[in-house]
Design a protein around this ligand. Structure first.
Ligand code: FAD
Length: 373
């Protein structure tokens, strides 16, 4: 049987960031990935926004990892030539009755320590975004966009340079506790069933992370994920030059997403989404008929858009702990000694801002591994 000190399940942005961080300090790390390459699931189906950190409750892991992760991510991008741009973002109150919620969000952002936030009046908005309709806005200069594929590719490069090893086309199908750690069963496309022993197992399996926790014996209801699909529509290229920043509406309290918003990409394109739709199964098709409701949402603050401007783009699936209509749920980032599984570290419900927070999550997990080894 193969043996390793540390096994990480999942080569998405989070699994890779954890692996890279650990590989700077530990030898003998394996990543097990069921797909034929890294980042084929949620990490390549998102808005690629580096979030500021104002949306999350002050004592939450989402807030901590978003703000710390953002700073680490900008530094990582600069040091490793990862394409990114601090474009800035406006959260807009479209009607006067949204201004109270906008001000509450501004206050929370300030309490969270998000740098540079400003409240803008209608006149100030006109100067920087003459084509949008808004009564007031929060300006967040720290918000940016990133080429997430380049980021993950670079993490793979640096992990492998530190002698880390990625096993692709291999699905973890079983995890048994042993005296020394864990024995994992792997179903490999080339080699059939394999066994791998590991002292520490890190579950970064994204949409599948609740099932992986269950494989190890953790049958907890509070770990159960719900799937919340987010579709995107793309604007025709002509309209991309009508805005200079990412433009978001004021979010509805406890809503599953941030509201259909406008994001620019590094290639100069303009996309709208993601919307929110709780679904039972994972699928990524987009119903083109949804274009009408996207248009209805965005034309409230982007009056230059016309219905024929939109075409279906990509879709992503949020691994959510928050069920439909329920309140805020935080990330689960937990070493499981208290549940009689010392050495198992679970990362569950890592939805947005998981891409922004990935390097911070990597640091937290390193702290947990340090305490074990
Ligand atoms: C619509 C949408 C928009 C988003 N926008 C943003 C944004 O703008 N900014 C931001 O910061 N975050 C955003 N996010 C969140 C971000 O994309 C995720 O938090 C992040 O990508 C999660 O990375 P991950 O590595 O945890 O998961 P994943 O990328 O899903 O990776 C998990 C990996 O585990 C593998 N795996 C699963 N089970 C097994 C198994 N049994 N054996 C082996 N391998 C296995 C999978 O194949 C997969 O490669 C968004 C998410 C969505 C859905």
């Amino acid at each position: 049987m193969e043996k390793t000190d540390i096994a990480i399940i999942g080569a998405g942005a989070v699994g890779l960031a954890v692996a890279f961080r650990l590989s700077e300090f530990y030898k003998d790390i394996f990543i097990i990935e069921r797909n034929s390459s890294f980042g084929q699931e949620t990490s390549s189906r998102n808005s690629e926004v580096i979030h500021g950190g104002m949306y999350y409750p002050p004592d939450s892991l989402k807030k901590k990892t978003c703000i710390e992760g953002r700073r680490l991510l900008y530094q990582y991008c600069r040091e490793n030539d990862i394409p990114h741009k601090k474009v800035g973002k406006l959260i807009v109150a479209i009607d006067p009755d949204e201004i109270r919620d906008l001000e509450a969000l501004f206050k929370q952002g300030q309490e969270n320590g998000v740098e540079g936030l400003k409240l803008l009046s209608k006149e100030e908005i006109k100067k920087i975004e003459p084509n949008i309709r808004a009564e007031a806005a929060i300006y967040s200069p720290e918000t940016g966009i990133i080429d997430s594929h380049s980021f993950m590719k670079n993490l793979v490069f640096r992990f492998e340079r530190n002698n880390g090893f990625i096993v692709y086309n291999s699905e973890v199908t079983g995890i048994d506790k042993t005296k020394e750690g864990f024995e994992m069963t792997l179903k490999s496309a080339q080699e059939g069933e394999l066994k791998l022993a590991a002292r520490v197992v890190i579950n970064a399996a994204g949409l599948n992370s609740d099932k992986v926790a269950r494989m190890a014996g953790l049958m907890k209801d509070e770990y159960t994920l719900k799937y919340c699909k987010g579709d995107y529509f793309r604007s025709n290229q002509r309209k991309a030059k009508f805005i200079n920043h990412l433009i978001y509406p004021v979010p509805v309290k406890d809503h599953a997403g941030l509201g259909v918003h406008a994001t620019l990409d590094l290639a100069g394109g303009l996309r709208f989404g993601p919307d929110t739709e709780y679904v039972k199964e994972i699928y990524y098709d987009i119903d083109p008929k949804k274009g009408k409701s996207f248009y209805e949402s965005i034309r409230r603050f982007l009056p230059f858009m016309e219905e024929g401007d939109l075409s279906p783009d990509t879709a992503g699936m949020r691994p959510k702990l928050q069920g439909e209509g329920e309140g805020f749920r935080d990330f689960i980032i937990k070493e499981e000694s208290a549940n009689h599984l010392p050495g198992l570290i679970n990362l569950i419900g890592i939805e947005s801002p998981g891409l922004t927070g990935a390097l911070s999550i990597g640091g937290m997990v390193k702290g947990m591994v340090d305490a074990l080894c």
